[in-house]
Design a protein around this ligand. Structure first.
Ligand SMILES: [Zn+2]
Length: 200
């Protein structure tokens, strides 16, 4: 589902940096501009193109992300949340209020398009002409609400591989890690732990 992908993508802007630390793709406006540029296709189709990445938009997007990650932590409970922000999560009631408010800022209406030769497409598009920044923030909040309020929530997991901080939705019942590379890293770590235990 497109909403789930977009929500996971936003949550995943806090990620393992490849050296044992945590990187934030949305640390500054340049990071936000790059992130929006890479998703121009998705956001264009849904929302009429990304707005300029200014400090106000950066704050708004980071606020939606913090609320989303707090509620992802709630969704995966009693399993542990992503370690990236486990110790400074937004309170759940504030996270809920924030996402609902951001989504409500831009009312939407269903619109069906049906090009020749392809199946019809149903979208929920903003009503009127809201500011581009509100449109984007609301679209991200709606994606977060769709993930948390829909069936994908039950398959949401925090990847348990060493150093990984990603939330993902399980694609099949036996999937344990967000990606095969995380699975390999987890197996190697387990192997070393066992060997150390034997050598002791
Ligand atoms: Zn992972």
């Amino acid at each position: 589902m497109e909403a789930t992908r977009l929500a996971l993508d936003l949550a995943g802007t806090i990620r393992h940096d490849g050296h044992g630390g945590v990187a934030d793709d949305l640390a500054d406006t340049a990071g936000l501009a790059a992130w929006l540029h890479d998703r121009a296709g998705t956001l264009d189709r849904a929302e009429g193109g990304p707005p300029p990445a200014d400090p106000a938009l950066l704050t708004a997007v980071r606020e939606v992300r913090a609320a989303l990650r707090a509620l992802c932590a709630r969704a995966v409970h009693p399993a542990p949340p992503s370690s990236a922000d486990a110790h400074h999560l937004l309170p759940e009631d504030q996270a809920l209020a924030r996402l609902n408010a951001a989504a409500a800022r831009v009312p939407t209406a269903p619109r069906l398009t049906w090009e020749p030769g392809v199946p019809p497409v149903l979208r929920h598009l903003p009503v009127g002409a809201p500011p581009a920044a509100d449109r984007l923030t609301a679209a991200l909040a709606r994606a977060a609400l769709a993930l948390l309020g829909g069936p994908d929530r039950e398959r949401l997991r925090a990847c348990p591989a060493p150093r990984c901080v990603r939330y993902f939705v399980k694609e099949h019942a036996r999937q344990e890690w967000c990606t095969p590379s995380c699975g390999n890293r987890a197996r190697v770590a387990r192997h070393h732990r066992r060997r150390r235990a034997v050598e002791r």
